[in-house]
Ligand binder design. Structure first.
Ligand SMILES: [Zn+2]
Length: 376
């Protein structure tokens, strides 16, 4: 009997240890700009997908992304989210269940959105989407100052304003954004990506997500950063253009890229079982059919977002259906918590972390036996 109780005690201790041990964990923060919770949880919108102004070939897009059953429909759009994250991670923000993830800043545009996610602070000062150097300390520069993480933090983004939001000059984080060239050296893949970047005609403020992804992936494979920010932008670009077909296809592509990246980390000895993904968006969009392409202070729905988390430290409880209220500003301290650090900034307050680990419930019968053993 004593042996049996000892075995149970050891198992419980091991379990508790697995729940709390988080030393030197790797964390990837991935964002896709202005992608709505409605599509994450309900799949393609029934009215928008059949609108011939928004979708060039409604027949083909419906074949790809439509299904009468909303659960099948969302799986068609985001297979990795619903086949893997929904089983091994957690998805928050389905407002149909009162599960809310909100943007706390007033403005509901990109600069304030990324500032909120990365600094843990919903700044009341209005910073437009311009190349203004951010005064607020962010989680990436904080992590870059921690032992074991210093020099192992990198950021890649499609949007060219990101180096200003991250204040690359002050923070000294490796940031590659927009059509910025990559360091070539002996790296043949970076040379190839640079060649492609040079040939892109009429470069806008947002680089093709595939190029951003390829650049980040090559960096991950060759340099093994421990904290990575990957900011994708085409979902927002096409939404603003009123192209619902492209908005869906880009979201589907983001899901594929995340799936490929997850497969890579889970088959790489450096990252395997020690890397957590935090996936989210910087703002929502209009919830009304006529307003889906817009966002901002005046557009209802713009403050409604979502999060998808997977990896060690994250309770694998799938789609959250409990009434909850979370904020994007809680992500920064969640990153530090997962890394066993405590993000603080001298220049602003930092919101508390999201509750991401499962509360350990030890059955009463085992608790009584542990007490009994302990009292002997
Ligand atoms: Zn945005």
């Amino acid at each position: 009997m004593k042996l049996f109780l000892l075995a149970i005690c050891s198992l419980v201790c091991l379990f508790l240890h697995a729940q709390t041990s988080r030393s030197q964990r790797n964390i990837f923060i991935i964002t896709t700009d202005g992608f709505r919770w409605q599509e994450v949880f309900q799949g393609a919108d029934s009215l928008l997908i059949r609108d011939t102004v928004l979708v060039k070939d409604t027949g083909l897009i419906c074949q790809k992304f439509w299904h009468a059953d909303p659960e099948e429909r969302r799986r068609k759009l985001l297979p990795f989210f619903w086949e893997v994250i929904a089983k091994k991670g957690r998805l928050s923000g389905n407002r149909a269940y009162g599960n809310e993830v909100n943007i706390a800043n007033l403005y509901k545009i990109s600069y304030p959105g990324y500032n909120e996610i990365l600094t843990g602070y919903a700044d009341t000062r209005f910073i437009p989407n311009l190349t203004v150097r951010n005064k607020n300390t962010n989680i990436l520069e904080y992590m870059n100052s921690r032992e074991g993480y210093a020099g192992k933090v990198a950021a890649f983004s499609s949007w060219s304003v990101m180096p200003y939001i991250l204040n690359e000059k002050r923070s000294e984080i490796a940031v590659n954004s927009g059509y910025e060239m990559l360091d070539e050296g002996e790296d043949t893949l970076n040379r190839l990506i640079n060649q492609v970047q040079r040939t892109v005609p009429m470069k806008g403020h947002t680089r093709y997500d595939l190029l951003t992804y390829a650049s980040a992936k090559n960096y991950i494979e060759t340099k093994h950063p421990k904290v990575l920010f990957l900011g994708l932008g085409e979902t927002d670009e096409f939404a603003h253009q009123g192209r619902y077909d492209q908005y869906l296809q880009k979201a589907h592509q983001v899901d594929q890229m995340i799936a490929e990246l997850w497969y890579y980390v889970q088959t790489d000895p450096f990252y395997k079982d020690n890397t957590t993904f935090i996936i989210t968006t910087d703002h929502g969009r209009g919830s009304k059919t006529a307003k889906w392409s817009k966002h901002g202070f005046w557009v209802k729905g713009s403050g409604e977002v979502w999060t998808a988390l997977i990896g060690p430290g994250i309770a694998p409880d799938g789609e959250r259906k409990e009434k909850e209220k979370m904020y994007a500003k809680q992500i920064a301290s969640t990153v530090s918590l997962l890394a066993d650090e405590h993000f603080k900034a001298d220049d602003h307050s930092v919101a508390k972390p999201l509750q991401v680990t499962r509360t350990v419930v030890i059955p009463e019968i085992i608790q009584t036996k542990i007490l009994a053993v302990g009292n002997k």
